[in-house]
Design a protein around this ligand. Structure first.
Ligand code: MG
Length: 392
């Protein structure tokens, strides 16, 4: 069988998901959307190569997203999606594949069965697209819409025979390249429209409701629900001790608690935050506080321990995880923790970027037994749970 190349269009700016990273580079359950989409095409036996068309400014984001995936070298796109597709097609002239599949990089849930059908239809057709019949009744809004009020319906649109087009849209390579060259400057909404305008015959094969285009925050959440089975809960525990020294307060869970002594340590000796930092690092298998912030490093002398906890929380986020809950137990006879408990919970929640209801701070004594009972120091235990993508 002659060659089939997939062209993923990722040159858009994706502004509807807010400023910053274009949507195709956003992470969905820990993995960039573009990488998920590219992996589907790479894994399909009917596809011989995958090339991504990127925005000229996105080279670094692209490399970070695709990592070591064996893709063809990316090519820069143009001012519009249509321009980007044409430039992508031009870049394949030397390879001159028999077939090409053009796909929105923001559709990471395309199923292999959809690819089978699109590729298969090209045996008989110039082009083939996945599409779904419109089932909802269609309304046209009255214009103009008054600000703040919902739009009025100006009537019902006949939906019989209407379909919603998805991607990948597959074509014989020569004819679609010629069509794109002929349609430069005409604003057409998809590649099938370019093909139709050039007189090519395009088949509609069965699309898939899950083959959604991730455009808004709602889509991101829907995408995460589709992947919900791919999440698991992991837990970690931490334990720490610091001895008392001269001083008039102890830093405990981010709060300066007045006391007859301070706590001795290289940093601010916040025993509660140290235990919790270790619990988070433990949950994601990322070593311990000493490996990230060696006591031998003068940078951490007197450091506020919130730096350590924030770092551990950011590692969880970068790995696509989310903190489920954190539970800290402080073990000492004095100072009394109770009056400060709510402030501690609020502070930890702030540092972790989660709701205070997900944070617990408890205290206990050891009935005057052992070193905590003799008031030589304070111990702390912590447990944390995180929700992580199973694939990582
Ligand atoms: Mg410590």
């Amino acid at each position: 069988m002659s060659a089939c190349i997939a062209l993923l269009v990722a040159a858009g700016r994706g502004s509807r998901l807010g400023p910053g990273t274009p949507k195709q580079y956003r992470r969905l359950a820990g993995e960039p959307i573009l990488r998920r989409a590219a992996a589907v095409f790479l894994a399909h036996p009917g596809i011989d190569g995958v090339r991504v068309v990127i925005h000229a400014d996105d080279g670094e984001a692209y490399r970070e997203a695709v990592g070591d995936l064996p893709l063809l070298a990316p090519v820069p796109g143009g001012a519009t999606r249509q321009d980007s597709v044409r430039l992508g097609l031009e870049s394949l002239e030397a390879e001159a594949p028999d077939r090409v599949l053009i796909h929105d990089a923001a559709r990471p849930f395309v199923a292999a069965a959809v690819l089978d059908q699109v590729i298969g239809a090209l045996d008989e057709w110039d082009g083939a697209i996945p599409a779904l019949p419109v089932v909802d009744t269609l309304k046209r809004e009255a214009t103009p819409t008054k600000g703040g009020r919902p739009p009025a319906s100006a009537g019902t649109v006949e939906r019989a025979g209407l379909w919603r087009a998805q991607t990948p849209q597959g074509f014989r390579y020569g004819p679609i390249l010629a069509a794109h060259r002929a349609m430069v400057g005409r604003a057409l909404t998809d590649d099938a429209a370019v093909a139709e305008a050039a007189g090519l015959q395009v088949a509609m094969v069965a699309g898939d409701e899950d083959n959604l285009k991730v455009t808004t925050e709602d889509d991101l959440r829907r995408g995460e629900r589709l992947l919900a089975d791919a999440f698991e809960i992991r837990t970690g525990m931490g334990f720490d001790v610091h001895r008392f020294c001269d001083g008039d307060h102890a830093m405990l869970c981010g709060i300066p608690v007045p006391h007859t002594h301070g706590l001795l340590g290289h940093s601010d000796a916040d025993v509660g935050l140290h235990a919790l930092t270790d619990a988070l690092l433990g949950a994601i298998g990322a070593g311990d506080i000493g490996s990230h912030f060696p006591p031998s490093d003068p940078r951490w002398r007197g450091a506020p321990s919130e730096v350590f906890l924030r770092h551990a929380a950011s590692l969880v986020t970068e790995a696509g995880g989310r903190i489920v809950n954190a539970d800290v137990t402080l073990i000492c006879e004095r100072p009394k923790i109770g009056p400060h408990r709510d402030a501690m919970r609020a502070r930890i929640a702030e540092l972790l970027g989660c709701a205070p209801s997900r944070v617990s701070v408890k205290a206990t004594t050891t009935e005057e037994l052992g070193f905590t009972g003799r008031r030589e120091g304070i111990a702390a235990q912590a447990v944390a749970a995180v929700r992580m993508p199973e694939s990582l």
